[in-house]
Design a protein around this ligand. Sequence first.
Ligand code: UD1
Ligand code: UDP
Length: 374
Amino acid sequence: MKHILCIVGTRPEGIKMAPLIKALKREPWAKVTVLATAQHRDLLDQVLALFDIRPDVDLDIMRANQQLPELTARLITALDEKFTELAPDVVLAQGDTTTVMTAALVAFYRRIPFGHVEAGLRTHDLDNPFPEEMNRLVAGHLARWHFVPTGRSRQNLLREGIDDAAIHVTGNTVIDALLEVAATDWPLDVPLDASKRLVLVTAHRRENFGEPFRAVCRAIRTLVERHVDIEVLYPVHPNPNVQAVVHELLGDHPRIRLCAPLDYAPFVEAQKRAHLILTDSGGVQEEAPALGKPVLVMRIETERPEAVDEGVVRLVGTDEARIVHEASRLLDDPQAYREMARGVSPYGDGKAAQRIVAVLHDALVGNTEAAAGR
Ligand code: UD1
Ligand code: UDP
């Protein structure tokens, strides 16, 4: 038996690790321990409950309005204690959060091989997204296995001198999770006006806090005022820096519906029902194209250029006028809309978790016929 320690910290890690945790738990050679840092408390609990995953260890790290240095320090101390106690053969973590960077670092200090899920994403700009570009550089350079979603992410790692033999193009596990959840129609317990076109909004990036984020909110308000046939649904991230501004600038408009973060299944349902999506989220940039929904990304850089190249995602920055212009074009011009609503999935085919399991099996147990036949 090989002891595999799977780390989850925030909402997207829960969603993207769930298919892999479930696939590993079916393997007779793997003993799986799930460690929740709970860098996110409520958002992580929501997604783990949906996928029926109960953490074996819960570090309960989150504090209100946590700052990056203290979060990092608490994670390193708590993870080290558990890695020492559990002595796993492998540590796995997904993405670019502080949880992932610290898990990779502690695994390195304790000489435990680290597998990085969703490896190789880069903007090549340490300020955008902040601090995630640094987090994934650190995790990437400490990993034994790099599970990259696309050929582009493989190229990024090769350019950094990572050994090709350690890179595995698997697709992104988010598409595994999405396909499973999107196959069902879920109730969306938010009263929406069915006569209006739905514009779904999410935004939470730290580098946008302050004026860029205020500009994003003003753009949403202007858009609603100019288009009487749209309704905005905005599940607001619990980060207090987001909450305060959104409620101040958007709280009183009758066609802007602010709500608490939606559970994953209703949020997928909201994406399915949306006409247009405005976001700065990484995961939404991957999911919405697979659901055939045009996405405007309110950031100045993206580490997910594949869907932009396909023409189904557009990077619009955080300038108020630009966001209003680009969104209005899609709302007013059916041809422009059709060109972006094509339904392509550059990030995966729903089989990423099984490919990752096969790689780990080969590496840890041996390249048997069973693994080859997967
Ligand atoms: C974090 C990640 C970011 C990821 C995002 C996904 C870091 C530095 N940032 O950003 O990469 O894209 O998660 O959503 O790792 N809060 C709650 N309840 C929750 C979750 C958060 O109240 O369930 C509030 C708390 O006040 C917390 C704050 O949000 O202190 C910020 O959480 P944190 O994980 O530090 O940053 P995010 O902005 O959520
Ligand atoms: N999501 C959700 N409920 C919401 C908003 C988003 O379940 O109210 C999901 C979304 O479908 C995606 C993930 O959360 O899978 C993205 O998380 P987030 O935007 O917080 O983080 P990022 O992907 O930017 O790291």
